[in-house]
Each structure stands twice: as C-alpha cells, then as structure tokens.
Design a protein around this ligand. Sequence first.
Ligand code: AMP
Length: 351
Amino acid sequence: MIPPGETIGILGGGQLGRMLAMAAAQLGYRCHIYAPEPDSIAAEVAAEFTCAAWDDAAALARFAADCAVVTYEFENVPVAPLADLDAALLPHPRALETAQDRLSEKRFCEALGGRPAGYATVDSAEDLAAAIEAIGAPGILKTRRDGYDGKGQWRIASPADAAALTLPDRPLIYETMVGFDAEFSVLLCRGADGDIRFWDTPQNVHKGGILALSSVPAGARVAEQVEETHALARRIAEGLGYVGVLAVEFFATENGPVFNEMAPRVHNSGHWTIEGAVTSQFENHIRAICGLPLGDTSLAAKRVEMRNIIGDAAENWPQILSDPANHLHLYGKHAARPGRKMGHVTRLTLV
Ligand code: AMP
C-alpha cells in the first residue's frame, strides 16, 4: 500500500491527468506529471513537472525515481521506453500495448468472446478494395494506431469513395459501419487485490467522432446488454492483470453488443462520476494504483448528464454558471480550437 504523502507519477499532461492529480491531492498524494508539451494543464495542478520527450530514457528514469507508482492518462505513450523503467507502472503496460493497436485490441476481445464489427487490415489501395469486396460498404477506414476523437478516420460509402481516397502511408483497418441503436461504455475499476467495481453504464452520443453527451441511466436497449458486456469487460481486466480504471466502448444493436474499442485509463464517458457517483473514476483509479480499498461506485442521483464543452462553446461559461444546477469543469486550455475538449458540464437530477 502506498501511503498518502507519497508521489504518484502520471504520464501525459492533459485534462485526464489534471483530474487524476486533483483526486490524488484530495487523498493527500503529490503528483509528478511527465509530458512532452510545455503547456501542460495537468502540471498546473501538480507538485512536479518533467517536460521531456517520450523516448528520453534519462528523463524517464529520473521521473520514475521520484515516484512511488507511475500511471498514465494518455493512451498513446510509447511502450518500448517504459520497459526498462525501474518503477511500479499501473495499469501494466501490456494493457497499453493491446489497446494502442486497433487490430490487437479486436483480436484480444474476440479471444475473450467479444464481437467487433467486421474488419480487415489495409496497407494499400488494393487491400481496401478487397476489404470492401469481402465485408461490404459503408464502412470506416481507421489508422490502427494514434487515432482519437475521430481523428485518423475516413467514412467510406462506396467502392468509388474508396478509390478516390489517398491513403496515408501507415497501417490501417477497415470496419463495416454498425447500425446501432445506441452507444455505451462499460466503466470498471479493478483494485490491486482483484476486486472489481462497475459504475452504472453511461449511454453515449458522439458528434463528428467526439463524445458529446453521456447520460445515466442508459436506455432500455443498452440496459439489456449490460450483463453480457460487464462479463466481457471483467474477462478483459482479468486477462490483462489490470489495476485501475478501464473503459470498454460498445455499440448496442438489436443483435446484441458490438465491441468498438477499449481505453486503459480513466475515460471521458466517466466524467459524470465526479458528482454523479459516490466515488469518482479519478479517485478510484488513484485508490487502485496505490493499493487502497476501492470506494463505492453507486449512482448518487436519479439521473446524471455530462456534456462536453468543445471549442469556442467554452465562451458560454457565464451562461452555464447562471443555472445553479450545472457543475462546470474547465480544463484551463488557452486556445479554443474547433473540436478541442475545453471542459464539461454535469447535471444531476436528484428526485
Ligand atoms: P472510435 O474512435 O473508433 O471510437 O470512433 C469514434 C466514433 O465514430 C464512435 O463512437 C462511433 O460514433 C463512430 N464509429 C466508429 N466506428 C464505427 C463503426 N464501425 N460503425 C458505426 N459507427 C462507428
């Protein structure tokens, strides 16, 4: 067990790191952020900051030496430089390795009984034409690595669409378009002792590939698929020897749940847990990696809604605050670029 007062290292300097550091501070821990960008919004609320490249072995070693445990908030941290790190790294980097490549995460999930959309790897225009021939269109072409928030994705309606695309020179994966009734994510935390707690399942709405809204409780179609997807997420967590918060995203279809992807970290669709659950995803992640007992994940309201604040919508903060029921979270980002997550707002319905 790592006692309060010790230092927790966080790889990645964005809003997830910021909210992890705030939860850690509540429990009496110090945080040390490691990120390549100098303007880290996580570092602004942490005790220490190392600004260095992901492959700077000496900087990583100095950082690790300062920390009782190291975790990550950014899914695309390169895994190779972490191998020699003389530090407890949780969740285990095998979770990162699996989730960083859309092909390996689909195969991993399939081996555990999960069902992804039909897919085929694509490394050339010929592969793409063959994939469409084999599994059909419409579909989505995605980069296997480094995609997030709808980046690195191309929607393909027909073979003619595909032929008109200039493919990037990197490994890709083509997926059939799933006709879903709803999207949802399973959020769990696994403690160092193997104890697993699930939060209520949020139903998620994406716009332009970016999460717009998470609401709890989810609708009937999602509710009927919770038991099966909890069982799969449990097998994923146990299979990875996972410690911390894990998010697994699904499409709810009339033929059952279709696995989309997993995130080996706290997740945007779990931000509602800060006010909407007895214990937030951020606090339980810190508890898990420090070997503390997990907190209660029960819902703290009748209904909870979390909306992301994207781009210049952040300028509406006075209006958001004018409704006293709104919990406003701004991440302290200076430039409100289109598509950039600037904050979120959570509303609870208590009765
Ligand atoms: P991803 O980054 O893979 O989670 O994709 C972002 C969003 O794009 C998802 O949450 C869906 O709204 C949509 N999307 C991605 N893949 C598919 C698919 N195979 N079928 C339908 N919608 C998809």
